[in-house]
Design a protein around this ligand. Structure first.
Ligand code: SF4
Length: 211
């Protein structure tokens, strides 16, 4: 059966609203543009903390730029003003060792599934250690990400760490469009590659700018 993760989230949020509950959610965030529409959607129903854990991003200057933009968004967007941002040290070697042997795979394949797991696992672990009620990621807002895979991995990790995964397909219900509008409104830096050095190389080859 094909699951509709966006509808599952709607139902859950409706139930929480009826029960007048506002649980603590750990949201893994990849960048400011993707976080904008997700924060707008979730902060009314959840007490959100944002975890910027992305060892896949390269080079360091790109990582720092995305991190700073996310912090600026959280400070300036009214819907996000109560959100806490959690920073972690930049450790790209964690990513390179996880995807060793998969460097030449195209974007959207097995390497990306390992990359999803790496980031979601950090969120699940942090959520378990710090008493959060749920965890999830902004990643499903991108039309280039596999939402089914993200949710499957999230549910496996939920079992493993004992914290429920919030189902998500944030691109649905105009979520992706909304992220573009909000990025314009807040003048956010929108990168043109996913994040890792391999996706950067792939993009440059498509654009004919690879040397
Ligand atoms: S293309 Fe994106 S999702 Fe895939 S491995 Fe690189 S950074 Fe991770």
């Amino acid at each position: 059966m094909i699951r509709n993760y966006a509808k599952e989230l709607d139902k859950l949020m409706l139930r929480l609203e009826r029960e007048e509950k506002r649980p603590a959610l750990l949201l893994h965030a990849c960048c400011a543009p993707c976080s904008s529409a997700v924060l707008e959607r979730l902060t009314e129903q959840f007490r959100v903390s944002v975890l910027f854990f992305n060892p896949n991003i390269s080079p360091r200057s790109e990582y720092e730029k995305r991190e700073a933009e996310l912090e600026r968004l959280i400070r300036s967007m009214p819907a996000a003003r109560d959100a806490e941002m959690i920073r972690v040290p930049y450790e790209p070697e964690v990513f390179y060792s996880a995807v060793r042997g998969m460097e030449d795979l195209p974007e959207g394949g097995e390497r990306c599934f390992v990359c999803y797991r790496l980031r979601l696992e950090a969120a699940a672990k942090y959520a378990a250690e710090h008493g959060f009620d749920y965890f999830t990621s902004t990643l499903s807002i991108s039309p280039l990400k596999n939402a089914v895979k993200l949710n499957e991995i999230g549910e496996e990790l939920a079992e493993q760490y004992g914290v429920p995964h919030l189902p998500s397909d944030f691109k649905k219900k105009e979520g992706y469009k909304r992220s573009i509008l909000l990025s314009k409104e807040y003048d956010l830096y929108r990168q043109d590659f996913c994040g890792c050095v391999f996706s950067k190389r792939e993009r440059e080859m498509k654009n004919g700018s690879h040397t």
